[in-house]
Unconditional design. Structure first.
Length: 264
C-alpha cells in the first residue's frame, strides 16, 4: 500500500496548488446554490405540504451538496481517458504498479484536493445565513457520524464509477462518454433530490448504484433519512462500492489484454 499512499499524497498536494481555480469554483457554487434555493422557495411558498421534503431539509441538502460537490459528482479528478486516446497508456503499463489502483488513488486524491480548497468558505457562509436559508446542524452526533461514513463511501462509489467510464474508452475510443455522466448526475440527485421523483422511479433508483452516490449522504445530513434507514443506505453504499470496484478492475483487466503497443 505504501506506493499508492505516496501517490495519493503527491496528487493531493499537487491539487492544492490551484487556489485561483478553487476560488472561481466557490463563486460558481455560491451562485448555483442561491439560485436553487430561491427557485425552490418560490414553489414552497405556494403549497409547502405538496413537497416530500421539509424546506429546511432541502436547504441543507443543497448547501452540503455545494460544499462537497467535487467528492460526489461523477466527473472531475484525472482524465484517465486521455492516456488511452493519445497512447500514453503504454507508459502507465510499464510502471510497476497496478493500473486500476493507480488511477483510483489519483482520481480520489484529485477530488479530495478540490474539496479541501472549496468546502470551508461555503460551509461558513451557509451556517451564518438566517433561517430558512441557512444550513442546519445535524440533529445528533450519531447522525453526523453516519454522514461522515456515507460521504466517504460516496467518494469510493463515484471514483469506482468514473473508472468504469474510463475503462469503456478502451472500446469506444471517445474522449468523454457523456451518457455515463448525465445518467449518474441526474439519478444520484445532483439536479433534483430523489424524494421529488415519481415513487415508481424513485424506488428503482434508490436500489441502483446511483442511489448510493450523492443521494445518501445529503439526505442523511439534512435529516431526511435517519435511524435504521440511514444504516441500510450505508450498507447499500458499501455493497455498490465493492461491486463497482470489482467491475472496474475486471473491465480494465480485460481491456488491457487487447491493447497493442507498437514498437514492443
Amino acid at each position: 500500500m505504501r506506493p499508492y499512499l505516496s501517490l495519493f499524497r503527491i496528487q493531493l498536494v499537487n491539487g492544492l496548488q490551484y487556489r485561483a481555480a478553487a476560488l472561481a469554483g466557490v463563486s460558481t457554487q455560491f451562485a448555483w446554490g442561491f439560485m436553487e434555493i430561491l427557485a425552490f422557495s418560490a414553489f414552497y411558498r405556494a403549497n409547502p405540504a405538496a413537497f416530500p421534503m421539509e424546506f429546511s431539509h432541502l436547504v441543507s441538502y443543497i448547501w452540503i451538496q455545494q460544499a462537497f460537490l467535487t467528492l460526489i459528482v461523477p466527473w472531475g479528478g484525472i482524465n484517465a481517458g486521455e492516456s488511452i486516446i493519445n497512447g500514453n497508456i503504454a507508459y502507465d503499463m510499464a510502471r510497476p504498479m497496478n493500473l486500476y489502483n493507480r488511477w483510483f488513488c489519483e482520481m480520489a486524491a484529485a477530488k479530495a484536493s478540490k474539496f479541501l480548497l472549496r468546502c470551508a468558505p461555503i460551509l461558513v457562509v451557509a451556517f451564518v445565513l438566517p433561517p430558512p436559508f441557512g444550513l442546519i446542524i445535524p440533529p445528533s452526533v450519531p447522525q453526523f457520524f453516519m454522514f461522515i461514513v456515507s460521504i466517504t463511501l460516496t467518494l469510493g462509489v463515484v471514483t469506482a464509477y468514473c473508472l468504469i467510464d474510463a475503462g469503456s474508452i478502451f472500446y469506444t475510443m471517445s474522449w468523454y462518454n457523456v451518457i455515463f455522466v448525465i445518467a449518474a448526475d441526474f439519478f444520484a440527485g445532483n439536479y433534483i433530490p430523489l424524494p421529488f421523483f415519481p415513487e415508481s422511479i424513485r424506488k428503482i433508483v434508490e436500489y441502483s448504484p446511483f442511489g448510493a452516490m450523492a443521494n445518501m449522504p445529503l439526505r442523511i445530513y439534512s435529516g431526511d433519512i435517519s435511524g435504521i434507514n440511514a444504516v441500510t443506505g450505508i450498507a447499500a453504499q458499501l455493497f455498490w462500492f465493492i461491486a463497482l470496484l470489482l467491475a472496474g478492475k475486471g473491465l480494465i483487466r480485460s481491456a488491457l489484454r487487447r491493447v497493442v503497443k507498437q514498437g514492443g
